[in-house]
Design a protein around this ligand. Structure first.
Ligand SMILES: [Zn+2]
Length: 124
C-alpha cells in the first residue's frame, strides 16, 4: 500500500517508512499520496516532455476561456509529452481580467500536430 512509502518532495526519491529525511536533500519526507502535489510542477513537466515535440516556433493550437481551462488543456498535452505555453489572448491583457481572461495555448511547431490530435475530441 502506498501509505507506507515515503517520498522526498524535492527530488522525488522514494524511501522506506523508517526514514524521516531524504538522504540526499535532507528534506522531511512525505507520504506518496501527498507528494504528487508537493513535487514541483516544473519538475514533473521536465520528466514528461518529449524532445521531438520541443522544436520550432510556438504556434497556437487551442484557446481556453479561463486559466483553469487552460491548465486543463496544458495537463492533457503534457500527458502526450507536449510542452506548452499559456498566454493571455490578445485584447484581454488589461488588469481587470488578468486572472480570468481567455488564454491561448501555444506549443512548439514540432508538437502542434500531435497537440491538435490530442485535443481533437473536445473541439466543436
Ligand atoms: Zn531528496
Amino acid at each position: 500500500m502506498a501509505a507506507d512509502r515515503l517520498v522526498c518532495p524535492t527530488c522525488g526519491r522514494e524511501h522506506p517508512a523508517s526514514e524521516r529525511f531524504c538522504e540526499t536533500c535532507r528534506m522531511p519526507l512525505v507520504q506518496i499520496a501527498g507528494a504528487e502535489r508537493a513535487v514541483s510542477r516544473r519538475r514533473l513537466r521536465a520528466r514528461k516532455i518529449k524532445p521531438e515535440y520541443s522544436e520550432g516556433a510556438l504556434v497556437k493550437v487551442a484557446r481556453a476561456d479561463s486559466q483553469p481551462e487552460a491548465e486543463f488543456i496544458e495537463g492533457l498535452l503534457l500527458e502526450e509529452g507536449i510542452p506548452c505555453m499559456l498566454r493571455r489572448s490578445a485584447g484581454f491583457d488589461v488588469p481587470e481580467v488578468l486572472a480570468a481572461g481567455p488564454r491561448d495555448v501555444l506549443v512548439p511547431e514540432s508538437g502542434a500536430q500531435a497537440a491538435r490530435e490530442a485535443l481533437a475530441w473536445e473541439q466543436p
